[in-house]
Design a protein around this ligand. Structure first.
Ligand code: 4NP
Length: 155
């Protein structure tokens, strides 16, 4: 059974599609499944934001085939790890979790790099293109760590 990791943000068009693509590029596809979802429903069925597609492409990762979806209750059973991008996502996702076991799967992603500091991956949607480079760098750094942890734990 592959280990399943879900990346979550608000819209599922900027941050979590990048987190999905970057982490998936660091893990063997036969052992790990990485997916992403939004807490909101505005972008269900949409491609990632062009600025996320562009920054990923610039770094050799193709996220253009992803389609937005909203997080659902069955995700808490299906996924082993649920990483959220910011504190607001954390509150929303924990609120949807129905059991302590489900809640325990939810982690604020940058706490892997900065334990207990509760730092957000900033939402780049309303900002400049440079915000997307910044988000890419943060996610690249933290997914190095997450990929190492997952490979150690599940191999
Ligand atoms: P994301 O960014 O959560 O990183 O995908 C957003 C994208 C769209 C919206 C909000 C955040 N929106 O309100 O449409």
């Amino acid at each position: 059974m592959p280990v399943k990791v879900l990346m979550v943000c608000l819209g599922n068009i900027c941050r979590s599609p990048l987190a999905e693509g970057i982490l998936a590029s660091k893990l063997p596809a036969d052992k790990f499944i990485v997916d992403s979802a939004g807490t909101g429903s505005w972008h269900v069925g949409h491609c990632p934001d062009k600025r996320s597609i562009d920054v990923a492409r610039k770094n050799g990762i193709n996220i253009s085939a992803q389609k937005g979806r909203q997080i659902k209750s069955s995700d808490f059973d299906e996924f082993d790890y649920i990483y959220v991008m910011d504190n607001s996502n954390f509150r929303d996702v924990v609120h949807l979790a129905k059991t302590p076991e489900h809640k325990s799967k939810v982690r604020l992603i940058l706490n892997e790099l900065f334990p207990d500091e509760n730092v957000d991956v900033p939402d780049p949607y309303y900002g400049s293109a440079n915000g997307f480079d910044n988000v890419y760098q943060m996610l690249d750094e933290v997914t190095d760590l997450i990929a190492d942890q997952l490979l150690k734990k599940h191999s």
